[in-house]
Design a protein around this ligand. Structure first.
Ligand SMILES: C[S@@+](CC[C@H](N)C(=O)[O-])C[C@H]1O[C@@H](n2cnc3c(N)ncnc32)[C@H](O)[C@@H]1O
Length: 399
């Protein structure tokens, strides 16, 4: 019988990585503390101004000097900053369209509402709270900031897990984790955890979203509520850290990397599991187009921020002396509906990431598929699916 993992090839111990970073467009490198400040201190006064001056009000009336300062400060805050935040992707200052307003002591209502709209488009992917006219102002931030109950509902149906996927993850666990104390980061609804845990020496997962945990615990998994940027485990307490599509989704992956280094024993491994999907060329082109269109529709400054995230994390780990190997676990042919091939991109339209709702995202898929003569979303298309793991071995503890 064919084993689940083929171990097709082990490649490279250098720093070269395939340039496939375009999957995580919407994850900004913000620290948890900055996000908290944003949600709790910066957002509520702006929401208050939005309520005081509804869009239908007198556009040329002046708002107060305090309100002007509040709005300018909020817009500056939500713009990525460098330096103290250690964020290498900083923009800094105000966006060009608002710099003129910042020179006034008092803005007009129209200008103030421009600021509110810009601030809202930029911040809602971070806090999960919208302050646009039709949304309740100052609603508390969603559980787990980005992953609340709405996502949980959509999560599993939108992410098809095949038996082959399950087999390969189980094969990986048997081959690599057998006697290890394993920590999984960002377990989500537990679709990877369920395949890892039974074959690990011991298993614990951490997850920031209570709603996601609720799903995972149904299988009796030991998943704890926690932040991978402040892992609730002692130093040198695990032999392997595993993640699948989660470290890219935390506020600042490099903070998580520092924590991984802290909790790993010397000689331990950090594994980044990755599912690579490559449909036939025509569908691949459509994926690119849809991504671009969704980024345009979302209209904020956020899309494409994290291009380079993978290299950033990889560079950090290798500079800290982790030894890298890319291991291809398995690769196989799969036929999927067009809807399935595109689903990952619709996932990226989760409102809390991009401000594009599910229906809009789906109708963009339908429209572009029609334009490209690819038929309806239920039509089957072939492609290749592969499971690879980026393995980082912790060989030396740097000061
Ligand atoms: C795309 S999901 C992946 C879930 C799971 N690994 C899977 O493959 O289905 C990303 C998960 O990371 C979690 N997450 C994001 N930031 C986190 C953090 N700072 N600490 C722990 N979990 C976090 C999210 O709540 C979410 O469940």
């Amino acid at each position: 019988m064919k084993t689940a993992i083929d171990l097709l090839r082990e490649a490279g111990d250098g720093t070269a990585l395939p340039p496939c970073d375009s999957r995580f467009h919407y994850v900004p490198p913000w620290t948890a503390a900055s996000l908290e400040t944003l949600a709790e201190e910066i957002l509520p006064p702006v929401a208050g101004i939005a309520m005081r001056y509804p869009a239908a009000g007198r556009a040329s009336e002046l708002v107060t000097a305090n309100e002007t300062a509040t709005l300018i400060g909020a817009c500056e805050y939500v713009r990525l900053r460098g330096g103290s935040d250690g964020c290498p992707l900083a923009f800094g200052g105000l966006p060009a369209e608002l710099t003129e307003y910042a020179r006034r002591e008092r803005m007009t209502v129209r200008e103030a509402l421009d600021c509110v709209a810009w601030f809202d488009a930029s911040q809602r992917v971070l806090t999960g709270v919208g302050i646009g006219p039709r949304r309740p102002a100052g609603t508390p931030a969603l559980d787990g900031a980005l992953y609340g109950p709405e996502l949980v509902r959509r999560y599993n149906p939108a992410r098809r897990v095949t038996e082959r996927f399950n087999d390969v993850v189980r094969g990986f666990a048997k081959g690599f984790l057998g006697s290890c104390r394993v920590l999984e980061l960002g377990t989500g609804t537990g679709r990877v955890a369920r395949n890892l845990a039974p074959f690990a020496g011991s298993y614990v997962g951490i997850e920031a979203s209570l709603a996601m945990i609720g799903e995972g615990r149904q299988d009796g998994l030991d998943v704890r509520h926690g932040d991978m940027m402040a892992i609730p485990l002692g130093a040198e307490s695990v032999d392997a850290v595993v993640e699948h599509e989660s470290i890219d989704f935390c506020g600042e992956p490099l903070l998580a990397a520092g924590e991984i280094e802290r909790v790993l024993t010397l000689g331990g491994h950090f594994y980044r599991l990755e599912l690579e999907t490559a449909p036939v060329a025509a569908v691949g082109r459509l994926q690119e187009e849809i991504t671009t269109r969704l980024a345009e529709i979302s209209g904020g400054v956020f899309p494409y921020w994290t291009k380079g995230q993978r290299q950033r994390l990889h560079g950090w780990l290798t500079r800290r002396g982790f030894v890298y190997r890319r291991i291809e676990l398995a690769r196989w042919e799969e036929r999927r509906t067009l809807r399935d091939w595109l689903q990952g991109l619709v996932n990226a339209s989760y409102p809390s990431f991009a401000g594009v709702d599910e229906r809009t995202a789906l109708s963009v898929c339908v429209e572009l598929a029609r334009e490209a003569s690819l038929g309806d979303l239920d039509r089957q298309w072939p492609g290749q699916v592969g499971m690879v793991v980026d393995r980082y071995e912790f060989v030396e503890r740097c000061p």
